[in-house]
Design a protein around this ligand. Sequence first.
Ligand code: PLP
Length: 385
Amino acid sequence: MRTVYLDNNATTQPAPEVIEAMLPFFTELWGNPSSMHVFGGQVRRHVELARAQVAALIGADPSEILFTSCGTESDNMAIRGAVEAANAPVNVITSRVEHPAVLEPCRMLKERGVPVIELEVNGKGQIRLDDLRLALSRGRAVVSLMWANNETGVIFPMAEATELVKAAGGIMHTDAVQAAGKLPIDVRRLPVDLLSLSGHKLHAPKGIGVLFIRRGTRIRPLLLGGHQENGKRGGTENVPYIVGLGRACELAARALGDETTRVAALRDRLQAGILAACPDVRVNGDEVQRLPNTLNISFQYIEGESILYHLSDCGIAASSGSACTSGSLEPSHVIRAMGVPFMAAHGSIRFSLSRYNTAADIEYVLENLPPIIKKLRAISPFAAL
Ligand code: PLP
């Protein structure tokens, strides 16, 4: 059966070049980078090369790149580490539509007495800068706002938000896990203090992440142990994965531009094809300020999960905006925060593309999806209402 993978915001296929770069670090180059002998020295050079490759993707200095185990760790370290390092009481400002890797540490801090403000979003999934201004007027803040949303692809106004935060004397963190490799990122121009990345969203393997820490930013380590990563994160470095991430960043930098434009055209073809073939659908999220690879679309009167099962039978992988919790199908917190009406929220599907997708993939989806929608609507108790 033909397979088409359109769930790249969940995880991406590791690039063959990345795997190739990693392999020697499981066989002949297995030393500990902290060791003073030749085994360590050989490996250390490659860790530092990877650090420079990651830094180049975002315009950072290599000394500002800290390797972590995943995007979740980077987000936790940024938020908890910045709050704990502040000498005075601070507020935390975030948004309602962040990934749980940001929302959960914020909620933990709230339980410990730190005032936490979650900014609302409008119907397009956008924050309002006036809300941020107001929140900042309440005192010094650690702010965590995602660059791009994993479910809708909505891009927050990062330059404007960062300017407001810095003007108010706050610390600015952005979860750029979904933005990296899809949008140009340059921390020389954008004065964020902290920025999270995750390897498996940009064709490196799962289990490797990065926290960019701008020089001079005070942050308390999350993992206490050895002196690795400049004393900021204990734990022997995951050398093969670090090397793989470095190579993935190099490939991602090259793919920005022409490849991103090609992927955006495929996504637009998918959106136009669905809108033309299926009645009662709506695109969720800002269609202009949106990642080039993401389409979140609601099919009225049917459950997202039913669509996914049928797509899966045809070899097509996408994901739904709902999470199946204790037998009830709850729409995701992102879709709910946008105020998407109940019926549409339950039928939301996310298609997320990568540079490995082709025009033939999209045509295959457009052949198979409309009949599935028609069939499910024919048996939906809501469609007849
Ligand atoms: N932040 C965002 C926006 C994400 O989409 C994800 C993963 O889905 C994460 C953080 C967590 O990254 P990781 O899976 O590497 O922990």
